[in-house]
Write a protein that binds this ligand. Structure first.
Ligand code: ADP
Length: 626
């Protein structure tokens, strides 16, 4: 009981919709807590790689201790070198000088170090410490003498070993730690005037810190002064005036000085010095990518799951894959466009995974349904075949059994005809005889039909002169024509014999002639021609009869079809042309009709002259069965 109830319930359209929505919701809810950051941030990197990079703010200049500097000095720059360079920098009036090298670690005599501390002290100089502030120490962190007066500001960097794509790339900047802004927002504020967290877009919390995603430019986007050039030559004041000068190492020696970025996954894709410039510009221009809130993820995952379920359930599998692939492609393109234009990072991983899950969960379900459906079709089909067989058997039996009594009636009418009969008796006898003939014809057609349907019909091909067959058909229908005073004229071109099934072709010709006579008025003409045209043997039967309405021409070869203008007037069963067409096609031929209402019709039979070639092959395979 329960199962049929469930089945009916499942057939209800609304129940099906509700189930699909519920399934999409379940997938969304189950998937939501999973962290798919590796996939998410891999696609995030694609978005950054495939969309244009923003221009630099123009407020940041790099002063790099590079390989050339080390090679020329043949050592690390010492306190005196630093003092000279800082002195030259001071002439250019930079807005801020930040060293990412700890002054306490610079080598030099005490006097030189003191000199460096004095020069730095006169500049807006600070040391950007790559560590987070020590707990409890806060702003009190101090450098060792003689640099104790210099400002030290935390400028930590992140590496994604445990977060996001877990590939060691640097994607985030630390905006503040335990409520204290790091070096970068402090510097940015001088250029953009933004001092409050809420004024920045793209901030998110990670433990005790507030962070953002860094918007990267290509490597080499920032103006750069080499330390050795500054030391040995001069610094153009216009290059540094009012700007932030970042000093750091780019010696391609120590991996700690380099970062991997979303733009380039190599270990040394960008110097940390340039990374700081990118962080500063992200803040100065307030252009951090904005990660969309969780509800967007849930909504998009739900919608795309729903789409996947509907596509899988209602579209053919191949087409379904194309539709889903296109939908996912469009979504990825949209995600890219949103990143490029609005800096929105919309969720990609969850929707993608949802599509896969829905696809692989729903496909088997669909297969089960389709399997069941085709099983039902199969059962129905089997039943239909059985019914059809029963019908054919019945028809055959009936026809056979009727044939004998009919022959007897026909025989008896002939016997009675020999007696002298009154006029009325004679007419009655003629009527009996005609009806018996009609019935015999009909039974003949029904028998042919049942032989076709039970696939028993076998083509008996023999070489025959078709003209002979035409003449015989004319002779067989002569008495009918005579009754209506119809003249049957033939124009038969001499022909080569071709292989045909004599009985079937004769049936076709007799049927065409009978129709021509049946549907023509008294004292008209019927023309029968044969000729050879383009390797075809063409037989035409034309009459001057009532013709066939144009809209019915296409149907007259259908089973049991009779045109409107003949249904009530003449006796017939609508099988003749169906059988004729069937028999002609068995010979690989064609039958066509042209007709003008009230003027006449022409039926054309075309038989291929080289039929025997094909048929030899058929015969070799054991004859042609239909
Ligand atoms: P039927 O037993 O009705 O003659 P057929 O299959 O032989 O069946 O023909 C189908 C229908 O095509 C006929 O009912 C008639 O309307 C039309 N038709 C066939 N031959 C002719 C013709 N020579 N002239 C006019 N109509 C014809």
């Amino acid at each position: 009981m329960a199962v049929p109830f469930l089945e009916n319930w499942l057939k209800n359209k609304w129940v099906l919709h509700a189930l699909r929505i519920a399934f999409a919701a379940v997938i969304t809810i189950l998937l939501a807590p999973f962290k798919l950051d590796v996939l998410e941030y891999t696609t995030y990197d694609w978005r950054m790689q495939l969309t244009p990079r923003p221009p630099v703010s123009g407020n940041v200049v790099l002063l790099s201790i590079d390989r050339e500097t080390l090679e020329k000095l043949k050592r690390e720059p010492e306190a005196l070198d630093w003092a000279v360079v800082l002195q030259k920098l001071a002439l250019g009036n930079p807005a801020q000088v930040v060293s990412f090298i700890n002054p306490s670690q610079i080598q030099g005599s005490y006097d030189d170090l003191q000199l460096l501390a004095d020069v730095a002290g006169r500049l807006p100089f600070q040391y950007g410490d790559d560590d987070l502030p020590k707990p409890g120490l806060g702003k009190l962190a101090q450098l060792a003498p003689p640099f104790e007066k210099l400002t030290i500001t935390p400028a930590p960097r992140t590496v994604d070993w445990t977060l996001l794509a877990k590939d060691g790339a640097t994607r985030r900047l630390i905006y503040s730690y335990e409520g204290q802004p790091t070096l970068h927002p402090q510097l940015a504020e001088r250029f953009n005037g933004l001092s409050q967290d809420w004024q920045y877009s793209g901030l998110f919390d990670v433990l005790e810190s507030k962070q953002m995603l860094v918007r990267y430019r290509n490597k080499g986007s920032y103006p750069r002064i080499k330390f050795i050039n500054a030391l040995e030559g001069s610094i153009n004041p216009a290059d540094v005036a009012g700007k932030i000068v970042l000093i750091g190492r780019d010696t391609t020696e120590i991996s700690k000085d380099y970062a991997t970025t979303p733009l380039d996954k190599s270990l040394v894709s960008m110097s940390v010095l340039e990374l700081h410039a990118n962080i500063l510009d992200t803040l100065i221009l307030n252009q951090a990518p904005r990660i969309s809130p969780d509800w967007v993820k849930i909504l998009v995952t739900f919608l795309i799951s729903l789409l996947a379920i509907y596509v899988v359930m209602s579209v053919r599998p191949g087409k379904g894959l194309v539709v889903l692939g296109t939908a996912v492609g469009i979504y990825l393109l949209a995600a890219m466009a949103l990143f490029a234009t609005m800096r929105w990072v919309v969720p990609v991983a969850h929707p993608l995974v949802a599509v896969f899950i829905c696809y692989y969960f729903v496909i088997p379900y669909r297969l089960i349904i389709e399997n069941r459906r085709s099983w039902e079709y199969y059962q129905k089909n089997r039943l239909l075949i059985q019914v059809e067989e029963l019908k054919s058997n019945f028809m055959r039996m009936m026809s056979h059994d009727l044939k004998t009594p009919l022959a007897r009636i026909q025989g008896m009418t002939d016997v009675i005809r020999q007696d002298s009969l009154s006029e009325t008796q004679g007419r009655a006898l003629n009527s009996i005889s005609e009806s018996t003939e009609e019935l015999t014809d009909f039974i003949g057609s029904i028998l042919s039909l049942s032989r076709i349907e039970s696939k028993e019909l076998k083509l008996q091909l023999r070489s025959r002169d078709v003209n002979q067959l035409v003449r015989e058909a004319i002779r067989r229908t002569e008495y009918l024509a005579k009754k209506k005073d119809i003249e049957v004229v033939d124009e038969l071109e001499p022909l080569f014999s071709i292989k045909v099934d004599e009985d079937l072709l004769k049936t076709v010709l007799i049927n065409l002639l009978e129709n021509a006579i049946k549907y023509s008025n008294n004292r008209t003409r019927i023309m029968v021609t044969t000729e050879e045209v383009d390797n075809d043997l063409v037989i035409q039967v034309s009459d001057q009869g009532r013709g066939i309405p144009k809209e019915e021409l296409a149907h007259i070869f259908d089973r049991f079809y009779r045109a409107r203008n003949s249904r009530s007037i003449t006796a017939g069963n609508g099988l003749g042309l169906y059988l004729a067409k069937y028999f002609v096609e068995l010979h690989n031929g064609r039958i066509d009709v042209e007709s003008v209402l009230d003027k006449g019709s022409t039926f054309t039979v075309r038989l291929p002259m080289n039929l025997h070639k094909d048929t030899e092959q058929f015969e070799a395979q054991g004859g042609l069965y239909v």
